[in-house]
Design a protein around this ligand. Structure first.
Ligand SMILES: N[C@@H](Cc1ccc(O)cc1)C(=O)O
Length: 603
């Protein structure tokens, strides 16, 4: 699931770079899950594969004429030349070429993407490599599902159960509408066979500042995603290693589990028994832990918001306890993570990691199963009558901007939508397919958010901004989720850095790999920011809602509406009601952003 992605496209006459989130076929961008996308075109490097002679023209014509194999010169020509398959293949070629290190002349379309039917049943993908509606819908769903999934029950709870559900539907509708505007906006710009991104559209209608804005906010979304990833990876790494340590430690002491929470008494009780009773009861305890229904309420324990310390999950360090001093959730683990991640960030091309894209879908499915199993174990705990018979429900709360901020990121796909829909077999269905995908995403969020919230058996305010924090490490399902997500995020992280580097370096230096030193310095800076957050503000809910509201203000609410209004004005079709409605949408985005600051201490 996600991370934020990018679509950016800078051109300065000679150079061109695209961050292309292709939802096509095997690729999906963004999510907690996965990032694919990325395309880079470096004018210094020919796209031609071996055997093709590079264009020998001057620099200017070279940048335009440096087209790979059969790329058509203009749109009309492209139609004449069996345009569908040509352009589709070109898009794929270009996309993968950009994943190559700038000096890798041997880059060619990897085998695994050529026959798309290897990945998708033939009925979904036609011979011209265009994607059917099912693939488009799935790609949008898969790309959009991100880390915000883990925060959904928490965010829903902040708004109140009833109001929260209403807001989820309204935000889905609103973001769907503006995303639709993004896709439609490309149609108004005809650039002779160019592969356009929304940033190009912004430049076309709003000028350089429009393009700059879209690039900046796209990069910001990416930065936010990287921070969330670091916080989550820290969390998972801490829990997994601690669990391993506690288990080894505990088995040395003839206990079979951590000395934590409700299990502590049972473990001590088991230890006090003589065999064979001890064996029988210990076995029962292990079974109990596998199907644990134990729920943590970190807020009610010694949890302190500023450290994000889930001390209820493990032993509190004693003065001679070296492990717990060295291995601390927020004080040391964010730094240990550098050892695990940093070496992977400096590769020229991280294409290898795109092979793990499928893990993204699996992680969403696993979380859905996880929440369903827990809900089935817990049953429904909702007391609307406030009589104290069951767990009290808040129907509506003034903290609802926390949910709207979170949803702004959750429904954020606007910087990838154009790429995903580009290869639609029937572009006229884009609106319908986008709507279906948004409904699917909304249903997924509602299932995770509402089901988890409704079944949560303790005080609803205990729900954590990372729902896995409500489970101890002795909970097998939660443990598996942590290990799985840790690995999956670890494979996505280098891709996020890569996209950021492409766009950032190209903007500053005109090349995407100025030198190893440049790359290492940029990576150090980015990792530094991530570590600072993981150390001092390790709350994914806060990071998600702020980055969602900030980037959403530009990318969801403002730019699509502005572009639309300018387009209507240019064609003489702008009316006051249309201007008022779209102006109102922009105001909503502004209110959403400002609203985040009213609840700074709400984690
Ligand atoms: N929507 C994703 C984040 C994301 C942002 C932009 C994208 O293009 C893709 C994914 C989330 O919920 O975390």
């Amino acid at each position: 699931m996600a991370a934020a992605g990018q679509d950016n496209n800078f051109r300065d006459g000679k150079n061109e770079i695209n961050g292309d989130f292709s939802g096509n076929g095997a690729n999906n961008a963004g999510s907690i899950q996965d990032v694919s996308l990325l395309d880079e075109e470096n004018d210094m490097e020919p796209l031609a594969s071996p055997g093709q002679s590079p264009n020998k023209g001057d620099d200017k014509s070279r940048s335009r004429s440096r087209k790979p194999f059969h790329y058509p010169a203009n749109r009309r020509q492209s139609e004449e030349l069996d345009s569908h398959s040509t352009l589709a293949t070109y898009n794929r070629y270009r996309y993968y070429s950009r994943l190559a290190p700038p000096d890798d002349h041997r880059m060619r379309i990897p085998d695994h993407i050529v026959p798309a039917s290897l990945f998708y049943p033939a009925m979904f993908v036609d011979r011209s490599q265009k994607q059917g509606s099912l693939i488009t819908i799935f790609s949008i769903w898969n790309t959009m599902m991100g880390t915000s999934l883990l925060s959904m029950p928490w965010a829903l709870g902040k708004a109140g159960f009833v109001l929260g559900l209403v807001i989820m539907v309204v935000m889905a509708g609103l973001t769907l509408y503006t995303c639709y505007r993004v896709i439609k906006s490309v149609e108004g710009v005809d650039q002779e066979g160019e592969v356009l991104e929304f940033s190009d559209v912004c430049r076309h209608y709003l000028g350089r500042w429009g393009e700059g804005c879209s690039v900046f906010f796209s990069l910001s979304a990416l930065m936010g995603a990287m921070i969330v990833y670091w916080v989550l990876m820290t969390n998972f790494l801490y829990n997994v290693v601690s669990f391993a340590y506690e288990n080894i430690h505990a088995s040395g002491n003839e206990t079979s589990a951590s000395t934590e929470g409700e299990n502590t008494h049972q473990i001590l009780y088991c230890q006090s028994l003589r065999p064979p009773m001890r064996g029988v009861l210990s076995y029962g305890l292990i079974i109990n832990m596998y199907f644990s229904t134990t729920v943590l309420c970190p807020l009610n324990s010694s949890h302190t918001p500023h450290t994000g310390n889930m001390s209820g999950m493990f032993q509190v360090p004693t003065p001679d306890d070296t492990f717990h001093h060295v291995w601390e959730r927020v004080k040391t683990v964010p730094f240990f993570l550098i050892i695990l991640v940093f070496p992977l960030l400096n590769f020229k091309s991280p294409t290898f990691f795109t092979k793990f894209n499928a893990l993204g879908t699996m992680s969403v499915v696993y979380l859905l199963v996880f929440v369903s199993v827990k809900a089935a174990q817990w049953g429904i705990h909702l007391d609307f009558s406030h009589t104290g018979k069951d767990v009290d429900v808040t129907e509506a709360s003034e903290y609802f901007p926390i949910l709207t901020g979170t949803l702004a990121l959750a429904f954020f796909i606007h910087n990838a939508a154009v790429s995903i829909c580009r290869n639609q077999k029937h572009p006229e269905n884009n609106g319908r397919d986008l709507s279906i995908a948004y409904v699917c995403v909304m249903v997924t969020y509602v299932v995770v958010g509402a089901v988890f919230y409704a079944s949560f058996p303790k005080d609803k305010s205990c729900i954590e901004d990372n729902l896995l924090n409500n489970f101890s490490n002795t909970d097998t399902l939660a443990f598996v989720a942590r290990v799985f997500l840790l690995f999956q995020m670890w494979t996505v992280f280098p891709l996020l850095f890569y996209i950021f580097r492409l766009q950032f370096m190209h903007t500053l230096f005109g090349t995407t790999y100025p030198s190893l030193v440049h790359v290492v310095v940029l990576n150090l800076l980015l990792v530094g920011v991530c570590v600072i957050f993981a150390r001092f503000l390790p709350h994914i809910g806060t990071i998600i809602r702020f980055s969602g509201a900030f980037c959403g203000l530009a990318y969801i609410f403002t730019l699509p509406c502005l572009v639309y209004l300018v387009r209507l004005k240019q064609t003489g079709r702008l009316t006051w009601p249309i201007a008022a409605v779209h102006g109102f949408i922009i105001l909503l985005g502004l209110a959403n952003f400002v609203g985040q600051f009213f609840f700074l201490n709400k984690t």
